[in-house]
Design a protein around this ligand. Structure first.
Ligand SMILES: Cc1ncc(COP(=O)(O)O)c(C=O)c1O
Length: 652
């Protein structure tokens, strides 16, 4: 991951007294780099979502939506889904393929399928089925449950249902019935052991299957998911296994059922050159199967179309060095180059774009509960003569520091501080000596950080200084529940305040969640100057909420989340924006209650209530509490069971 030295201040602005414009916020948080035109900042400093409507572009303020949520009793944290953005992504993908098809005079069409595993939530799937029908956009199912979703939600018979994953007889029977009803349901063979099951079910039910084969491409792609391809990939057929499947089909007189070649190179492929190479290899397999006598007709290139989370337009893991139009053009051009000389008809192009379809349409909103301020507390005006020599030395360092000696002062301060800590451990320095040493050192480090912002030279040893001095903003969310990829695979997701963007953010910060886990923090941030380990946030104001948003969370995050510390599903709100910029709350889901999450881990809230009642009754018997107190306690217990698992502000 390319990480910039965090010592330089962005735009050179650190002080709350400097004038600040929304353009500086846009630059600081990289909004125009990662927002893909869906997010911006309004003149009054609100983050806005902007969508195209039949009457032009409209913007809706995110703080306004939060206000609407509050009025409806939906607290933070919440997932906000924007239907229009999801629709626009489906349109963008289909239209980009349509443009490339026209440009290269390609003699067939594109059929997208959405891989359900990327976001299985009912509303997301229903919206894709509804809006996608106009493009015959179908679904990819990787399990029986996902196939059931696809079969019940798909709206259009011309859309494809691509069945990947391991398939037992039940799975196969369902798919065969779907085919008999007129749906284009294709079984993709991941292993040769699936074929006998499919052949047996097909014979038993008298329904011929539509078959595909998943190949194991040798092209290894850049990025995190490069194990989906290559010889050691756990998915797909090796070339000998593929030849064997073809033989078996010939023997069963079923080769005419083989119509699709599937090739998934990996997710979030940042480098377009990998995609070209992968498509070329897939085409060679496709031609090989035609030579063997299979009719074919469908070329499924899997997922992999990336999302530029970093906004860097580079081939780093969190970015992409290509645009959507270029992706489509590269695919079509490569297919034509490979197939045309052999006079092989152009196949229907299928892609299984997941993250590029849904990432932009959801964001996580949460409030900040507290800040651990890392500024030194005010130092005394002078040091008593009786203070320990080490404290006097530290004091001197703090007094003498300047632009020429700050590196030396940094080393000296840490040395003297550690000596005081050692004395404290041995019982030879008091708690107040230790506190003073820590505080003077913090003052020195702050001055060093300031000097660093004013000099051009880089000091690698001091790179992590802003991180050491950064405040910790405690957000009302669980990283493990709402942003699991940030924890599991260091996924970068854009984060920024969603209001006050016309004010200078003055505090370098990292963001911690409310789980009791040191991994529950956000400490990598996309900026227009690269990835940084701290971000600038606003000073909290007494009695005022401060809201942050984590953007581009629509792919994978919702269903991979877990119940760490028993923080459950958050509230979810879906809005649809009309051409006047008004929005409707089209769906609302209240997040898990405490009773819900307890039941997920095998507790019975009714039994627990009874156990608590017995305990309280015992206390009454012993005279520890009154019966009236017991009533109050039982009410509090039941209210907690019904309450949200996240931090709830008391309503007065
Ligand atoms: C077979 C298959 N298709 C499609 C996808 C979706 O990939 P992406 O989200 O990169 O589009 C995946 C995810 O890894 C996959 O395994």
């Amino acid at each position: 991951m390319a990480t910039l030295p965090p010592s330089k201040s962005l735009s050179g602005i650190q002080s709350g007294t400097s004038p600040w414009s929304i353009e500086q916020s846009i630059e600081l948080y990289g909004v125009h780099d990662w927002g893909a035109g869906y997010f911006d900042v309004s003149a009054n400093g609100d983050a806005v979502v902007q969508v195209q409507t039949s009457k032009g572009e409209v913007q809706v303020s995110l703080p306004d939506i939060i206000q609407g949520m509050k009025e409806r009793g939906l607290d933070m944290p919440s997932i906000l889904r924007i239907e229009n953005v999801l629709d626009d992504r489906i349109k963008a993908l289909n239209e980009a393929f349509r443009r490339a098809i026209t440009r290269y005079e390609y003699k067939n069409h594109y059929r997208g399928v959405f891989p359900i595993k990327v976001n299985q939530q009912c509303h997301v799937i229903e919206e894709i089925a509804d809006f996608g029908a106009r493009y015959h956009h179908g679904f990819e199912a990787g399990s029986k449950a996902e196939l059931i979703i696809a079969l019940s939600k798909i709206k259009d018979d011309d859309s494809l249902i691509i069945c990947n994953g391991y398939k037992d007889a039940e799975f196969v029977e369902l798919g065969l019935y779907a085919k008999e009803m007129g749906l284009k349901c294709v079984f993709v063979l991941e292993t040769s052991s699936e074929l006998p099951i499919i052949l047996e079910c097909s014979q038993r039910l008298g329904i011929e299957p539509l078959l595909g084969v998943r190949i194991r491409p040798s092209v290894i792609v850049d990025g995190h998911w490069n194990e989906d391809s290559g010889d050691r990939s756990i998915f797909g057929l090796s070339s000998p296994a593929l030849v064997n499947v073809v033989e078996q089909l010939k023997q069963a007189d079923m080769l005419h059922c083989l119509q699709l070649l599937h090739c998934h190179l990996g997710s979030q492929i940042p480098n377009i050159r990998n995609i070209r190479n992968g498509v070329l290899e897939a085409c060679r397999f496709y031609c090989g199967l035609i030579e063997e006598g299979a009719p074919m007709g469908l070329l499924d290139l899997g997922g992999g179309l990336a999302v530029d989370y970093e906004g860097a337009r580079s081939n780093s893991h969190h970015s992409m060095n290509y645009q959507l139009d270029e992706y489509c053009a590269n695919i079509i051009e490569t297919i034509c180059e490979c197939l045309d000389p052999l006079d092989i008809p152009h196949p229907v192009i299928v892609s299984e774009s997941g993250r590029a379809t849904v990432a932009y349409s959801s964001l996580l909103l949460f409030n900040v509960l507290d800040v651990r301020d890392h500024r030194p507390s005010p130092l005394p005006t002078h040091l008593p003569d009786s203070s320990h020599d080490l404290l006097h030395n530290l004091w001197q360092v703090n007094t003498d520091i300047n632009g020429d000696n700050f590196q030396e002062c940094y080393n000296d301060a840490l040395y003297y501080r550690d000596e005081v800590r050692e004395l404290f451990r041995r019982g030879q320095a008091s708690l107040s000596d230790r506190a003073l040493a820590d505080n003077i050192t913090l003052a020195v480090l702050e001055k060093v950080a300031l000097q660093l912002t004013q000099c051009d030279k880089s000091y690698p040893e001091l790179d992590n200084l802003p991180e050491l001095l950064a405040d910790i903003y405690y957000g009302n969310f669980s990283l493990f529940q709402s942003l699991p990829d940030m924890w599991a695979i260091d996924q970068l997701l854009p984060v920024m305040p969603i209001h006050r963007l016309n004010e200078a953010p003055t505090r370098q910060a990292v963001i911690a969640d409310i789980t009791c886990d040191c991994d529950g923090k956000i400490d990598h941030f996309a900026t227009s100057q690269g990835i940084k380990r701290t971000t600038l946030l606003h000073e909290m104001r007494e009695g005022e909420e401060y809201y942050l948003g984590v953007f581009l969370v629509g792919a994978y995050q919702e269903t991979l989340g877990d119940l760490h510390n028993l923080f459950g599903d958050t509230n979810v709100v879906s809005v649809h924006i009309d051409d006047k910029g008004h929005y409707d709350f089209v769906r609302e889901f209240h997040g898990d209650s405490i009773a819900d999450v307890l039941s997920y881990v095998e507790y019975d809230p009714k039994v627990m209530t009874e156990e608590f009642r017995k305990r309280a009754e015992n206390a009454v018997k012993k005279g520890a509490i009154t019966a009236a107190k017991r009533k109050q306690m039982m009410r509090a217990f039941k209210a907690s069971l019904d309450g949200y698992t996240y931090f709830e502000k008391e309503e007065h």
